[in-house]
Design a protein around this ligand. Sequence first.
Ligand code: SF4
Ligand code: SF4
Length: 471
Amino acid sequence: MQSSIFNVRVPLPARDEVFLMNTITDAQLLVSSDVAALLDRELDRDGMWTAGADNREAIDLLTENGFLVPSREHDRRTLDAHLARVKSDATELHITLLTTLQCNFACDYCFQGDHGDYNKFADKMTLETAERVAAWIERELARVRPQYLTLMFFGGEPLLNVPVMYYLAERLWQSARELGVEQRISIITNGLLLSAEIVDRLVPFGLKGVKITLDGDRDMHNKMRPLRGGQGTFDRIVENVRAVAGRVGIAIGGNFDEQSAGSYPALLDFLKAQSFADKLVKVNFKPIVRAPEPAKPKGMLPLIPVSANGVPLKPLNGTCMTSAGAGGASGCDSCNVLDDQMSLLREETKRHGFPTPDGVPKGPCHVHLQHAHTIGPDGSMYACPGSTGEKSLSTGHIDDRSEPWRESARERFLRLSPWKECGDCAFIPTCAGGCVVASHTTFGDMNTPTCHKRTFESAVIALAQDVASAS
Ligand code: SF4
Ligand code: SF4
C-alpha cells in the first residue's frame, strides 16, 4: 500500500494535525500528525508492515477514503475511470445559449460590445433559429434522458434578445416536463436591462439564478464598464438588483486588475450595507492580468489575456469577456482560478459574510463533458463558451449538417487530454489540465496545460484552516 498521488496535505503545526484531501474520492480528513505519517511508511498489501497492528483502525480509515492505494497503477486506472465517468455523466444536459453577441456596454477590457461598429455586425439569434435550437435540444433530451436540463443564457448581452429567451424557456419547459426532466435556468448579464418583469416571467419556467458583474466600487465600475458615451452604469445596475433580489438568486461577479483590486473592499462594504445583502447567493471576483506582448512562456496564464494597452492578445470574438474564455469563464465556474490578490479578496468576501467559492477546483470543466454544449446565435455548436470566438472551433450545428471542418474540430475536442502533460499532479481529477481555450489562445495548442496549481494549493490551505477552525 502507498500514498495516493491524488492526496493533498496541509500540516497544521499549531494543532499537531494534518488536513488531508483526496481529489479523486473528494474525501477530507483532519487527522493527527501520527496518522498522516502513516502515508509515508512502508506498508505491505494489508497496509501493515512497519506500521504495526496498533494502527489498524487508522490504516483502514485512510484506505477507505482513498488516501492509501495498492499501487501507482491503481491510481492511474482509477483516474481513467473517474475522467470517463465525469465525461459521460448524463445527470444533466447543460446548454449555454448565446442569444446575441451584441452588447450595450463598452467595457475597457473587452473587444466586444459597443465599440466601433461591432454591434452592427454581431450575430443575434432569430426566432426562426430559436425554433430549430429548441428542436435540437428536444432531440437531445429524448436521447440522453437527463435528470436536469440546464439552460444558461449568455452573450454578448443576453437581455438584448429577450423574445428568444422567453421562447426557449417556455417551449423547453414544456418539453422537459413531458419527459419528467427538471429545467433550470440561469442568466449571465451585465444587469443594465434586468427587471422584475423579466425575472417574474422566467421564474415559473425554472429561472434560478442571475449573475451580474460589478467591477469594483461605484467609481471604478463606472470607469471599467461604461456605456459608449462614457456614462456610468453602477447606480442603474444596483437599482435593478434591488428590484429583483428575493425573487431569484443573485450572484455578483467582478473582474479586477492591479489598478482596480483596491476598490473591491469598498464594493464589499457597499454591498454589505444594502437591503438586499442577505439575498446574494454568491459573490466572487476574478483577476484580469495584463500580460506583456509577445506572449508568455508556459506556466501561469492570465485569466483574460489582454496586452498592456488593454487589447485582447487574441480576441475571443464570441462570448462576453466578462465571463468566458481564457480561464475566466463563469459560463464555466470551473474557470475561477486564483492568484494571490484573489485569495485576499476571497478572504475579504468571507469576512463580509458573503457566500463565495472556496477556490478549490471542483471537477473538469464543460469542455470535457459529453452533455454540455454551447450554441451560438446562428445555431453553430461549440464545445464550451470560451471557444465561440473562432468559427473554426465549431464542433457541429443544430441542423446536424455534416461539414468536414466542424467534424475535425469535434474530433480535436474529443481527443483533448492536456492532463497527460501534468505528471503526478494531485489536482488532475478536478483540474484536468486547466482551460483549453486559454491554451489555444496563448500557445496555439489545446493540449498544453494552463496551470494554476500554486493558487489551488493556497485555496486548499485556506480550506484546511476553515475546517480546522470549525472543528
Ligand atoms: S475550456 Fe473550460 S475553463 Fe476554458 S473557457 Fe472552456 S469551459 Fe471554461
Ligand atoms: S494544469 Fe496544473 S494544476 Fe491542473 S492538473 Fe495540470 S499540473 Fe495540475
